[in-house]
Design a protein around this ligand. Sequence first.
Ligand code: ATR
Length: 293
Amino acid sequence: MGFPAINGNTKVCCLFGWPVEHSFSPAMHNAAYQRLSLNYTYVPFNVHPASLPQAVQAVRALGLVGVNVTVPHKQAVLPLLDQIDAAAQMIGAVNTIVNVDGKLVGYNTDGSGFVKSLIEGARFAPKNKTALILGAGGAARAVAVQLALSGLAGLYITNRTPARAAELAEHVSRTTGVQAVALPWGHDLPADIVMEVDLVVQTTSMGMSPHIDQCPDFPLTALHAGQLVCDLIYNPDQTAFLRGAAARGAATLNGLGMLLYQGVLAFELWTGQTAPVDVMREALLKQVAERRE
Ligand code: ATR
């Protein structure tokens, strides 16, 4: 890549996932190291679930500086670490590990990256606002907890499988003290609540390429100007759900910012330097465009 050759001082960051072949993170992080002339490198490792304990042990043995953790290891890695940041503990998932002199500390920059993308991408600060989340999976959990920790006034959660919405609402209320309420999915979702919330976040996989015509069953006509509607999907650029929201006058935001800022926050944890956000965004957009070709 033409930046500082790897030598005895190179600090190594990596990704543990299964699979990792399609990750955008190596391009995003290596572009940032190059821009700041940091003697760092970022490499992806395909880690089989059965090998995760050895892989984490190798971080200590090899003195790797930082690790991103992705599917399917985000929950399984917790008991293997020395310390877990409070938000990551509440989310119950870690996507970033920092090696502090042999002590492995786990963070979750998915949730904080999402909140940062709201602030940077839509000038939306969650404090004293209300939000409705569609979905109750891993992504919804990170978003819900971090929104609550950012001072949200109230949260609603709706999910195809109602028990998961109820479980997540109970979890958020208990761990953060912010009241979270589970609502019915689809036709039975109360339109007055859709109308009243400041923020709507679509976290399910519905509408993701190649299923670009899919759209959650949702009272889109209740949306209006003055609301912000997010979809965590970034391929396509605008899901059918976001198009429907935009047609009602709501501001919209896709999931690219969350992906970017989870990387930005991990970069800053590993290097202690301010991330070159524009360089990372450019690298990310290039990867996304190549994937679409
Ligand atoms: P992630 O980590 O991306 O959130 P996940 O934990 O598998 O992935 O969660 C997927 C979410 O998308 C869930 O909320 C799931 O709903 P269920 O809990 O009912 O399974 C939701 N989802 C996926 N496909 C869906 C569909 N066709 N209709 C409605 N919800 C769907």
